[in-house]
Design a protein around this ligand. Structure first.
Ligand SMILES: [Zn+2]
Length: 205
């Protein structure tokens, strides 16, 4: 991977969905979409644009099993976690359906989330599952993604942590994070935040 300074860092972003914002937007202001319909998240951070070379690294990790990309990507998460609230008490890598995980051999979100959990000294939240093997989301319209995700997640019991941090490789529409957050809040969590390596802007992609 390139030197960190060459990466496509997002300078200004919405506090609750991580969508890039124009430089003129004052700090701590949410995007128009979140202002109209606040997401079930306290905070969302995704420091990089989903463009070269980050998109290539994430695709190689996911689809070509290049696990050696995981530590570098996880290091980006560790650095970016500084801008998250400090009361987070558990980490939840976005669960993969067991069939998809068996096919891939690993869950990329877990590979990224484990070093972050160690770095923050926090436990990984267990007992959250993906119920359906949703079709690959890439290439689907936002409405189709949302339909696929309805009731996609379930828990095996109450969530014992108060502020859960959802970790993923890339956030596109934010629909996965939203659905997962709704399930966590319905099962006992009081707050949910999200952290991903990259944000693909759904207004331009
Ligand atoms: Zn937003």
């Amino acid at each position: 991977m390139s030197c960190q300074a060459d990466l496509p860092w997002i300078e200004h972003s919405c506090r609750t969905c991580a969508e890039p914002l124009p430089a003129a937007t004052p700090n701590a202001v949410n995007c128009a979409v979140c202002q109209r319909r606040p997401p079930p998240l306290i905070s969302a951070v995704a420091p990089l644009e989903y463009s070269f070379p980050i998109d290539a690294a994430i695709k190689a990790l996911k689809f070509k099993r290049k696990l050696f990309y995981a530590p570098a990507l996880s290091e980006i998460l560790c650095t970016s976690s500084n801008s998250l609230p400090d009361d987070i008490d558990a980490i939840l890598p976005v669960p993969l359906h067991w069939r998809r995980k068996a096919w891939r051999g690993f869950n990329q979100a877990t590979e990224l989330g484990k070093p972050l959990a160690r770095h923050l000294g926090l436990p990984l939240l267990k007992g959250v599952y993906r119920q359906h093997a949703t079709p690959f989301q890439s290439g689907l319209a936002a409405s189709e993604r949302l339909r696929n995700l309805r009731q996609a997640f379930t828990t095996s019991g109450p969530v014992a942590h108060k502020h859960v941090l959802i970790v993923d490789d890339v956030v596109t529409t934010g629909a996965t994070t939203r659905q997962l957050a709704i399930v966590l809040l319905a099962n006992g969590a009081e707050k949910v935040s999200a952290l991903a390596v990259a944000r693909a802007s759904f207004r331009t992609v």
